[in-house]
Design a protein around this ligand. Structure first.
Ligand code: G6Q
Length: 525
């Protein structure tokens, strides 16, 4: 890469794209114009253009679940038309958005108050996976837009410590629980919801309080009514919205409550702008396409095992965790669309932490480890907290890291540096190998004006669509999740044995012993 940059002063111009306030610099990659042309050929051979249309047009491209994939419709303007099963679904989408708008206004004004008449001050989202990670990430990312009168909390884990620690911070009279579950049968969510319900009734002394303190977001309206949630506070969505693609739907209710409806709509608008770009820009000028193809390049041609997401924005601290689910649950697949086991690699591990913190821990491996770890660096040009020199320092670290990863440090450069420090002879030769950085380590930089709702919408949609691009090239279904379903199936299987009086012998010796250790402990206490 050093040589390619030296040989071509226009490399940045050739290998960067802009969409409104978003810059995508992919010049620090191990690519030439020919590489890119070949990757674009690969996309054409994979019929990417057709697949994009099939997604947007509501074809049932999630074949193993027999469903359309229409999260794009959730961010489409009111005057658009998108068909699912022969019906224009945009009026439904906007009916639910209107419902969210009304409810948000009522909570903010105090019209939808708690059982004792006090205004709602705390919202608690009870949900897991796709019904939690998006709203959690977005509320964290958009904290500067958060209402000063509301605090947002998220409970996911079936570990009681999660809900117990959250309840400690809450006042039951001013708390609203939002039970978010597409199926409304997920063990963790229903268990936490029951605990929250019991806590509320215990504190406020009446079952009637539930109607004022619980809302639900679900596709399963039968189960929400069985739980006793006031039908007026039930927000629906549809089976053509995948869990991890659902923050744009009513699953985004906590976001709308926390940052306000107008900001929630800006989030949707940013995602829609990215969708339009993805749908209409030529493949070679298309951000999700290029980002996706670069992942394929490293995944299948360099055999990388992992890929880092490194936001230089503290508000994006949950973004890597959010993308972990989005990417790994979507494309962690081993069977193609025809049901055949693939003989090539699909998705790699995705991980990361915000910079500069990561620099003081795992960047060592990215600079000098034996494996290549490509990385996306994300950073805002302006900070929400312009204090002193903080932001310049943050960005100087970000830019210096991508430069250093690309350039590395040659033996000659390291030698000059050590000599300048006064080392020579054996001492210098002994230290020299440790001071060499191979460089040639790829990264992308996504630079944006400020982390506002619109920009966050663009960024999330960028990753959603790049995942789709990769799934098309890998010929896999990005929208099912049988591995997660398997976990749900297992969730209740062992429970009776843990509760039982009999010594368990029906499993392998490891599992038997683990179960019996817990049983013995439980029976003692
Ligand atoms: C997402 C997954 C998964 C799901 C959770 C929660 O794409 O399917 O993370 O969102 O398991 O499911 P429910 O919303 O049905 O409770």
């Amino acid at each position: 890469m050093r040589e390619m940059f030296a040989a071509d002063p226009n490399r940045f111009d050739k290998f960067s794209l802009r969409l409104e306030g978003l810059l995508f610099d992919y010049s620090k990659n191990l690519i030439t114009e020919k590489t890119l042309a070949l990757l674009i050929d690969l996309a054409h051979q994979s019929n990417l253009k057709d697949w994009i249309e099939r997604q947007f047009n509501g074809e049932k491209i999630n074949a193993s679940e027999g469903r359309a994939v229409l999260h794009t419709a959730l961010r489409s303007p009111r005057d658009h038309s998108v068909q699912a099963d022969g019906k224009n679904i945009i009026p439904d989408v906007h009916r639910v958005l209107d419902h969210i708008r009304r409810y948000t206004a009522a909570v903010h004004s105090g019209a939808a108050s708690g059982y004792t008449g006090k205004k709602i001050r705390h919202i608690v989202n009870i949900g897991i996976g796709g019904s939690a990670l998006g709203p959690l990430m977005a509320c964290e990312a958009l904290k500067p837009y958060g209402s000063a009168d509301l605090s947002a909390h998220f409970v996911s884990n079936v570990d009681a410590s999660d809900i117990a620690e959250t309840l400690k911070k809450l006042d039951p009279e001013t708390t609203l629980f939002i039970i978010s579950s597409k199926t409304f049968t997920t063990q963790e969510t229903i268990t936490n919801a029951r605990t929250a319900r019991a806590w509320l009734i215990g504190c406020l002394g009446s079952e009637e309080a539930v109607a004022k303190h619980f809302a639900a977001v679900s596709t399963n309206l039968t189960e929400t009514s069985k739980f006793g949630i006031n039908p007026e506070n039930v927000f629906e969505f549809w089976d053509w919205v995948g869990g991890r693609y659902s923050l744009w739907s009513a699953i985004g209710l906590p976001i709308a409550l926390y940052i306000g409806m107008e900001n929630f709509e800006r989030l949707l608008a940013g995602a829609h702008a990215m969708d339009e770009h993805f749908r209409h820009a030529p493949l070679e000028k298309n951000m999700p396409v290029i980002l996706g193809l670069l992942g394929i390049w490293y995944g299948n041609f360099f055999g990388i095992g992992s890929y880092a997401i490194l936001p230089y924005d503290q508000y994006l601290q949950r973004f890597p965790a959010y993308l972990q689910q989005l990417e790994m649950e979507s494309n962690g697949k081993r069977v193609d669309r025809a049901g055949h086991e693939v003989d090539y690699d699909t998705h790699f591990t995705v991980w990361g932490e915000p910079g500069t913190n990561g620099q003081h821990s795992f960047y060592q491996l990215i600079h000098q480890g034996t494996r290549m770890v490509p990385a996306d660096f994300l950073a805002p040009l302006a900070s929400h907290n312009p204090i002193g020199e903080h932001h310049a320092m943050l960005l100087s670290n970000c830019f210096a890291q991508t430069e250093a990863l690309m350039l590395g440090k040659t033996g000659a450069e390291a030698r000059t540096e050590l000599t300048a420090q006064g080392l020579s002879g054996n001492a210098l030769e002994t230290l020299l190998p440790y001071k060499i950085f191979p460089g040639n380590r790829p990264s992308n930089t996504l630079l944006f004006e400020k982390l506002d709702p619109y920009t966050l919408g663009m960024l999330v949609a960028l990753y959603e669509q790049k995942i789709f691009v990769q799934s098309v090239v890998w010929n896999i279904n990005a929208f099912d999740q049988w591995g997660v379903e398997f976990g749900k199936q297992l969730a209740n299987k062992l429970l009776p044995e843990l509760r039982g009086k009999e010594t368990v012998t029906s499993h392998d010796s490891s599992t038997n012993n683990l179960i019996n250790l817990y049983r013995n402990r439980r029976n003692v206490s």
